[in-house]
Design a protein around this ligand. Structure first.
Ligand code: COA
Ligand code: AMP
Length: 631
């Protein structure tokens, strides 16, 4: 694939002649049947890329490199400070594990198009299972291990998996979290019954297996034959990844095989400037899109060594953990969430731990998942003295919309901006009427259709919701849900979500889902949840509740119960910083809750009193209640 020599020319060509641009990029992928067309923009719900093409994503991540003579290269390193282990897999070893895991799934009756749910901690088997599904054309749906049973149950009921793959436990710093009881509790709530659950028994906890349903992972794989790659259509689904929307019911983002492989492979070289054989480390979780794309698929498509880290930036054992991993494995590219860097900065503001490790292999730090505050950017930039690249994207897009394409040319960085739109993305800033906003003016960030390869093709079993959520607001455009602006030079500034989605420590959560939990409590008459600024985690949920008439329990008791309820229904990552009882909620005359105003009050920011407010006095009440709680 010839390299584009300038960002401008690559971006221009990708929009003017997407067929030529992505057709060339597709040459980096092995096809059983080359695609008949590059772009079929007339497809009903979304553009279909590489229609007529047949490939296998697992072949492109593993077999292909082994066949090319790179079987002895390290494909995956599992570095797990929480268990005190480090284990490497060569491409040949990983292929062998994946082929046998695929064989196990086949023996359990899983075939092309069947769904498989994965609920796993950061163990190699998570990546192995994803690739095993891809190998046989099955569709995986990974559920983040920090989600509580009701969230897992909702995903199982929607995805209807033939098989669920899980583990006996995860480890959070020094706490063993038994996963199996969580899975059992989820399945007890489910209408759907998977045929089997395969459980990875870890030495830290032994799960009880239910006869007739549960199988021991090691036993099942040991007796399984290796399975070959099954050719699938480029447009066949590779995976479903549920993500938070504005309501409690998660959206199943569907990713195809062909577009995904082409786009991710292209991004590794052109955005991340990564080459085969280099160590690429994404410190995230396989349960999020960042983990899907840049722990599992992209590094392996590109022939890199990927690093799966089962630990935290701090506490495992200290704020030098990331630098230790970089030095020990010769990491060239590190990708993580700004929160992780803020946590390191908080514990080691002078970067004393850095001096203990040789991190000279590190060439770039990429950050995404939430807003990068300038302080953290400058701290990392000065400490590491390498490019620090903020980049903006989301579960739906699968790979960066806005970034700095280090593999094409390094654009001058601007504080507060993740960079410029990457090739393939036609970014527009639109006002209420759908007209373009002038530079410097905030509007809605939308993407002109067709979306490039690798972006979502629909929402699983919900084409209507896909169209209604993303395509209906501005015809001909995809709505990102974020607001922001462009400056005179075309740099993008992302100002935050315009909907009810918040980002807590890089975890995407729905305040709507939290409101549903609070509203379900018998003592709650009305509620609102907003994301308020937090120095470490970026945002944290704050719940305001109005109690029902006649509730005579002390408010703090109910508030504590409500925090616990959110934790047990959604997950520990969603625990509200506070739940506060207020006499009433601020509303417009038409009854809409003024969440933006509540956020401004909680953050201590200036705000304009909305002209439509029903009763201005309520704002003082809330200010006073929040202040009293802070004291
Ligand atoms: N399984 C079970 N529980 C989990 C979990 C998982 N996979 N991930 C998080 N949790 C739990 C934590 O143990 C914690 O529980 P606690 O309230 O009982 O202590 C809770 O969820 C909140 O977790 P977290 O938000 O991660 O906060 P923390 O205080 O444990 O750690 C950071 C703070 C900054 C170190 C941590 O948030 C971090 O590493 N952030 C980077 C996030 C990231 O990589 N995001 C991916 C998007 S790119
Ligand atoms: P997720 O789907 O979990 O990846 O979350 C996507 C959302 O995270 C986006 O819609 C943004 O609101 C936010 N986000 C991701 N990256 C950035 C970034 N670099 N700057 C600002 N917000 C970001």
């Amino acid at each position: 694939m010839p390299r584009s020599t300038s960002y401008e020319s690559a971006h221009r060509e990708s929009l003017l002649d997407p067929t030529a641009f992505w057709g060339r990029a597709a040459e980096a992928i092995d096809w059983y049947v080359p695609p008949a067309t590059v772009l079929d923009a007339d497809a009903p719900s979304a553009p279909r890329w590489f229609a007529g093409g047949e490939l296998n994503t697992c072949h492109n991540t593993l077999d292909r490199h082994v066949l090319a003579g790179h079987g002895d290269r390290t494909a995956l390193i599992h570095d797990s400070p929480v268990t005190g282990t480090v284990r490497g897999y060569t491409y040949r070893e990983l292929l062998d594990e994946v082929a046998r895991t695929a064989g196990m799934l086949t023996e359990l009756g899983v075939g092309k198009g069947d769904t498989v749910v994965l609920y796993l901690p950061m163990v190699p088997e998570a990546a192995i299972a994803m690739l095993a599904c891809a190998r046989i054309g099955a569709v995986h749906s990974v559920v983040f291990g920090g989600f509580a049973p009701p969230e897992l149950a909702a995903r199982i009921d929607h995805a209807r998996p033939k098989v669920v793959l899980s583990a006996s436990c995860g480890i959070e710093v020094d706490r063993v979290i038994a996963y199996k009881p969580l899975l059992d509790a989820a399945l007890d709530r489910c209408e759907h019954r998977p045929d089997a659950c395969v459980i990875l028994q870890r030495p830290q906890a032994q799960a009880e297996l239910r006869a007739g349903r549960d199988l021991d992972w090691a036993d099942a794989v040991r007796s399984a034959p290796a399975a070959d790659c099954v050719p699938v259509a480029a447009t066949d689904p590779l995976y479903i990844l549920y993500t938070s929307g504005t309501t409690g019911s998660p959206k199943g983002v569907v990713r195809d095989n062909g577009g995904h492989a082409v786009a991710l492979r292209w991004s590794m070289e052109h955005i991340y400037d990564a080459r085969p054989g280099e160590v690429f480390w994404t410190a995230s979780d396989v349960g999020w899109v960042v983990g899907h794309s840049y722990i599992v698929y992209a590094p392996l498509l590109a022939g890199c060594t990927t690093l799966l880290y089962e630990g935290k930036p701090v506490g495992t054992p200290d704020a030098g953990a990331f630098w230790r991993v970089v030095a020990q494995h010769g990491v060239r590219t590190l990708f993580t969430a700004p929160t992780a860097i803020r946590a390191i900065k908080r514990d080691d503001p002078k970067g004393a731990h850095l001096a203990e490790h040789d991190v000279s292999s590190l060439r770039a730090l990429f950050l995404a998942g939430e807003r990068l505050d300038p302080d953290t950017y400058h701290w990392a930039r000065e400490l590491l003295d390498i490019p620090v690249v903020d980049h903006w994207w989301q579960t739906e897009t699968g790979w960066p919309i806005v970034a700095n394409p280090l593999g094409i040319e390094a654009l001058p960085a601007k504080s507060g901006s993740p960079g410029k739109p990457m090739p393939g993305w036609d970014l527009r800033v639109l006002d209420e009427a759908g007209e373009p906003c002038p530079p410097g003016t905030d509007g809605t960030l939308a993407l002109r259709l067709p979306l490039p390869p690798g972006s979502l093709t629909t929402l699983y079993r919900d084409d209507e919701r896909f169209a209604a959520t993303y395509l209906s607001r501005y015809p001909g455009h995809y709505l990102t849900g974020d607001g922001g602006h462009l400056d005179e030079d075309g740099h993008v500034f992302v100002m935050g979500r315009l909907d009810d989605v918040i980002n807590v420590a890089g975890h995407r959560l729905s305040t709507g889902a939290m409101e549903e939990v609070l509203a379900d409590h018998p003592d709650v008459a009305e509620c609102a949840v907003v994301g308020v600024a937090d120095e470490l985690k970026g945002e944290l949920p704050l719940g305001l509740v109005v109690l029902r008439q006649g509730v005579d329990r002390p408010a703090p008791e109910v508030e504590a119960e409500l925090r616990t309820l959110v934790r047990s229904r959604i997950g520990a990552v969603a625990t509200p910083r506070r739940v506060v009882t207020v006499p009433r909620l601020p509303k417009t005359r038409s009854g809409k809750i003024l969440r933006g105003t509540v956020r401004a009050i909680a953050d201590g920011r200036d705000y304009t009193v909305p002209a439509t407010i029903e009763d201005i006095g309520v704002l003082d009440e809330i200010t006073e209640t929040l202040r009293a709680g802070d004291r």
